[in-house]
Ligand binder design. Sequence first.
Ligand SMILES: [Fe+2]
Ligand SMILES: [Fe+2]
Length: 374
Amino acid sequence: MNAPLKHTADATTVEEGLAIQQAQAVLDSESATAVAMRDTLLTPRFYTTDFDELDAVDVTPVRKDWDELLAEMRADPNKGHFRKTADWDHVDWDGMEPELKKEFIDFLISSCTAEFSGCVLYKEMKRRGKNADICELFSYMSRDEARHAGFINDALREAGVAVNLGFLTKAKKYTYFRPKFIYYATYLSEKIGYARYITIFRHLEAHPEHRFHPIFKWFKEWCNDEFRHGEAFALLMKTDPRLTSGVNIWWIKFFLTAVFATMWVRDHQRPAFHRALGVDTTWYGQEVFRKTSEISKQVFPITLDIEHPRWRPNLDRLERASRRIDAARKAGGIGGFLGRMAGSAQAAAAFLGLLTIPAVTHRVPAETRLQPAY
Ligand SMILES: [Fe+2]
Ligand SMILES: [Fe+2]
């Protein structure tokens, strides 16, 4: 007889969290996994890197902050949190407006894929590393992301869909990034993840009538995990001042622009979802950019000028181009091909328009560590 299955919320290691999800995989649906498999500029990707280079990082220059952060992660404040409790209200999936249901499921699948993408990368670093500091950090971060992905999969399963994470690990394409690009991209995605979740959480705290699904009640502790992950990457970048100076400032600007623009375009593709939340997508985007910019001053010497007169028009242009590419892809044929080319050219021009807005420079504080303040 099989022992009763533990829940991913109680898993203390990434291996345990993944084994539990693998045991549930028989229930997982093909269409959700197919959505998670998609690789476009806008969908979450899986990453791989030079693990030996990452493993060689010496955290001595940030030792005091590092030890404090790791102690927090070791204490595991969110163990057991990511599970359905009495607070999990019944979700009327069948009664949900079809457009909202479609967009919300798409949101959950893409969030689950993003969580799992972090999980896979962090787990691989933990598995390959020999550096005790690095291995310990990545074991905690992969543990957290396995729980997050598992919890979203719980929510999806109620709607009759779930992502087959075991299959994704093997079948999804991996994109190679040098460690420094992993730092910029992952630091930003952790911090923007925090800003997104806390903004939604605070909004729904004030307007509970818009909370159309219980998962939003879990966002506060959730975003604290992401905040800590971001802190870890900030400290990793602090170990080498070259990572945030010289030509690398251009890379930072590129990643800031790409991460912000991607979020903007994706969110504007989910109007029914934001309407249901009672959130103006444009306000939400700018608010998340503001919080992320403020936080990223802890380590980046520049922030994007999100109040610049060219900022919003180019984001809107990018969004229109993305719609055009999407429509052309659906149309297919030679017309579709030409439409895709034209859309891509427009998107590239809009992105260049964003990238050429002068950045705001400032001094980076000597003390890096921040606490979640929103
Ligand atoms: Fe996460
Ligand atoms: Fe994270």
